[in-house]
Write a protein that binds this ligand. Structure first.
Ligand code: 3UK
Length: 524
């Protein structure tokens, strides 16, 4: 292979990957395509037009040089609050190629969240799309440290302006496959989000194991992900996977909706489509009045939360196609248990993706026999190295080659893995983490609320949403009026998917002797 950076042992594809001693992942994912004659091929397309592999490589070099010219040094973190657009690619890969560590952040977050990440990461640079000024500006103003460089993605003084004056040539900074490469923040049930540190090699490992091994991705594919690039899911779907094989990524900065996804798929003739269960449910509903032409799509993928068997059944009825549900995580970077085109089990996450290993653990660390449910631990080459600034969490989650997913699973008689829920109180809403503690804290801010508990409840489509149980303060009255007020209160201060969908006013909340709310007793 060009650049002699990575070789795949083809006797054991897709399991064993050997990395050369010096390995900067920007070389096989960006530069290799020029050596392989793909310069004129479209790497990225969308409303902004097209970007060829040659243009991509040039802009990555310009961006790497621009960051260096600002004075960044090796290992410096570059926080990114960037919408899905070509600049996301330039900044992410420019940073990696020049020896810096990009940290894409969820663009749906609020100022408080960004403030924490600016402080926690010790970042040198913050780069953001102008759309997010309303949350990023106050976060920067409130933070207890000032990153040296704060730049917009476009306009005067932006990273694009610095890039315009930078050289379009750059040699990749030497690195090893195991070196820190990029971070993603992952949310926990209590406390703060955790900077999840990934190595250079983790990207090719997910590409080989899942994208090639399960999806059979080739350079003829056109990849469209409704999940944005800042999620590990979207980052693979619409960036690293197509860049691995020289395929085309389709980007849209619009919020995902049935209309938007149908239009993008039809217009771009997407061949691989990546969604989340809530969106598949909404698409099914929209199909009642407007049936899209999905004939270009050869595989639909779902991840982020469990895909209810009924949604899959209705999707097949309506479209004639299937949906491949698979479970992935930020820590393992992408999908490690999945259904496959020729092997779909509705209501199950599927089988191990070749290259990964799993065990289900019960009391006292015993490995449980097939059929019994317990904690799912996974082993594989793409697992995060550690959590930034958080040795305790690293030690309890990552043990040797194994990582605790935090999920409860069992393996059925036929070997399929079946999801049973989280081992903590966290919930996924539309595929995005939601902490009950965060919503409770917001509710308690309201003067009419004495105590609050938030739990996960399944809606009519078997999809999880937050439900609130409230004890009102003296002098306040529960009811529709207060519920409406609390709804606005939550929408005002929390990321927009985090508000409770149901409010219950109660006289007491179930608690342990030590006063801990027993959320499991509130679940319906
Ligand atoms: C849950 C699922 C049942 C599960 C992700 C694809 O979701 C991703 O990463 P996150 O870190 O969350 C991980 C957790 O989400 N989950 C994800 N997929 C499924 N539960 N069925 C599923 N199919 O609790 C897991 O531990 O946000 C998904 C690729 C990369 C990813 N990072």
């Amino acid at each position: 292979m060009a650049n002699n950076q990575i070789s795949v042992d083809d006797s054991q594809i897709p399991v064993n990957i050997a990395f050369s001693k010096s390995f900067n992942v920007a070389v096989p994912l960006i530069d290799r395509h020029l050596d392989e004659g793909r310069g004129d091929k479209i790497a990225i397309q969308g409303d902004f037009g097209t970007v060829s592999y040659a243009q991509l490589a040039e802009n990555v070099n310009r961006c790497g040089n621009a960051l260096t010219s600002l004075g960044l040094v090796g290992g410096d973190r570059v926080l990114m609050m960037v919408k899905d657009c070509p600049e996301f690619f330039y900044i992410f890969w420019g940073a990696i190629k020049a020896g810096f560590v990009p940290v894409p952040l969820n663009t749906l977050l609020r100022a408080k969240d960004y403030q924490f990440m600016i402080e926690d990461s010790g970042c040198t640079a913050v780069i953001y799309s102008p759309e997010y000024e309303g949350e990023v500006g106050p976060a920067l103003a409130a933070a207890n440290r000032n990153p040296d460089h704060v730049l917009l993605t476009e306009g005067e003084g932006s990273i694009s302006a610095v890039m315009a004056n930078a050289s379009n040539e750059l040699m990749a900074v030497p690195a090893t496959a195991e070196d820190d490469c990029f971070w993603l923040y992952s949310s926990g049930s209590t406390g703060r989000p955790k900077g999840t540190v990934h190595a250079h090699k983790d990207i090719p490992v997910t590409c080989v194991h899942y994208a090639v091994g399960v999806l059979g991705i080739t350079e003829d594919d056109i990849c469209f992900s409704a999940a944005k690039l800042f999620f590990a899911y979207g980052l693979g779907n619409a960036m690293t996977f197509p860049l691995w094989v020289g395929a085309t990524a389709v980007l849209s900065a619009l919020p995902p909706s049935p209309a938007m996804t149908f239009e993008v798929i039809e217009k771009n003739k997407a061949t691989l489509y990546f969604g989340v269960p809530t969106l598949y449910a909404a698409q099914l509903q929209a199909m009642e009045s407007n049936m899209p032409n999905l004939s270009s799509v050869r595989a639909c993928v779902s991840a982020g939360e469990a895909l209810p068997g009924d949604i899959l059944r209705r999707w097949t009825e309506k479209t004639g196609g299937s949906i491949l549900d698979g479970i992935g995580s930020t820590e393992i970077l992408h999908i490690f248990i999945s259904n496959a085109a020729d092997d779909v089990r509705p209501g199950a996450s599927g089988r191990l993706v070749p290259g990964y290993d799993a065990k289900i653990i019960g009391e006292e660390d015993a490995v449980l026999p097939q059929g019994e449910s317990g904690a799912l631990w996974v082993k594989g080459g793409s697992i995060a190295k550690y959590y930034w600034n958080n040795p305790e969490k690293t030690a309890s989650t990552i043990q040797g080659e194994w990582i605790n997913t935090g999920d409860t699973y069992y393996q059925d008689d036929d070997g399929y893995f079946v999801y049973c829920g989280r081992n903590d109180d966290m919930m996924k809403v539309g595929g995005i983490w939601c902490s009950p503690f965060e919503i409770e804290a917001k509710l308690i801010e309201h003067q009419a609320v004495l105590e609050a508990a938030v739990v996960a409840r399944a809606d009519d489509d078997e999809l999880i949403k937050p439900e609130a149980f409230i004890i009102v303060a003296d002098g306040a009255a529960g009811g529709d009026a207060l519920a409406g007020e609390l709804l606005e209160h939550c929408k005002d201060g929390l990321a927009r998917y985090k508000y409770p969908r149901w409010f219950n006013f109660v006289d007491e909340l179930p608690k342990t002797a030590t006063g801990k709310i027993q959320r499991f007793r509130l679940r319906g």
